[in-house]
Design a protein around this ligand. Structure first.
Ligand SMILES: Cc1ncc(C[n+]2csc(CCOP(=O)(O)OP(=O)(O)O)c2C)c(N)n1
Length: 279
């Protein structure tokens, strides 16, 4: 990857964070930590690797993405609006009663391939989409983003077992390994580690990367796309709340609301980063 593209995508990740935070501030609620940890993954997917067409969000040969950790809708909706699926203005309706932009991702929104919010279900759905495409040789890839806390759910492992058994290449899953869940660290609550060995045991290719590093995300996806006969899981080591000093690694910002001064600090830091990454 050339350095210009890398800087462009890094900047895009920070624009996603800023747009997500504006959306959350306007609504008065929304999940910051897990939205911020996946900003680079979304930037690389939606602004580089995915075959998508915002003018025709339902075209049959598009790549699909299931945001299984559906509470991270602020990042997803920011990404989709910035990519042109719907007007950025529409984000102002987030979490209002008549809006399609609810607190967890909804399939009615252009660009969203699956509703999610009840954790643990997304990998099963992504597997179904991937098998459909593979059996019909449609050539598209299906991506799934899961939380590291989310993989405590049993249904994930049923899907993992089936995906390995059916040799479902074209299925590329991410585990957003930000090490925190709703009310503490994974180690304190119920450790799923070592995650890679568990997926390997079910017949997956396993890649472990720094999930806030653009180039590593890009290269892992490119590698996963050429592997045949196995699904791939990319275990993305990330920081919850990444990019803003007051949010990083703070369990309070899983879903908690910042104070006015924390919002101010956050926007100042995000603006500085976006300016620093300017062409
Ligand atoms: C089945 C289910 N149980 C509980 C919840 C409430 N919940 C929302 S987010 C969350 C924590 C998820 O942790 P993780 O997957 O690590 O998410 P992240 O840190 O990336 O935000 C929980 C328990 C839920 N949405 N679904």
């Amino acid at each position: 990857m050339d350095s210009k593209t890398k800087t462009k995508l890094q900047r895009q990740a920070y624009i996603i964070r800023k747009t997500a935070l504006e959306t959350i501030k306007n609504a008065g609620s929304g999940h910051i930590g897990g939205s911020f940890s996946i900003a680079e993954i979304l930037a690389v997917l939606y602004f580089d690797r995915m075959r998508i067409d915002p003018e025709h969000p339902d075209r049959k040969d598009r790549d699909r993405l299931v945001l299984s950790k559906g509470h991270c809708s602020p990042a997803m909706y920011a990404t989709l609006s910035l990519r042109g699926f719907f007007p950025i203005e529409h984000l102002k309706t987030f979490r209002t009663i008549d809006s399609d932009l609810s607190g967890h991702v909804e399939i009615h929104v252009p660009g969203v391939d699956m509703s999610a919010g009840s954790l643990g279900q997304g990998l099963s759905v992504a597997l179904g989409m991937a098998m459909y495409g593979k059996n019909r040789e449609m050539g598209y890839y299906t991506y799934c983003i899961m939380g590291d806390g989310e993989i405590q759910e049993g249904q994930i492992w049923e899907a993992a077992m089936a995906a390995g058994y059916f040799k479902t290449d074209h299925l590329i899953a991410f585990v957003d390994n930000n090490k925190l869940q709703l009310d503490g660290s994974l180690e304190e609550v119920m450790s799923p580690y070592p995650i890679g060995d568990k997926f390997k045991a079910f017949g997956w290719n396993v890649l472990e990367i720094d999930g806030n590093e653009i180039e590593q995300i890009h290269d892992a996806i490119a590698l996963a796309q050429v592997w045949k006969g196995k699904p791939t899981v990319i275990i993305a080591d990330t920081v919850k709340g990444k990019g803003v000093s007051v949010f990083e690694n703070q369990v309070r910002f899983h879903g908690g609301k910042p104070t006015e001064s924390e919002f101010e600090t956050a926007f100042a830091e995000l603006d500085a980063k976006i300016a620093e990454l300017e062409d």
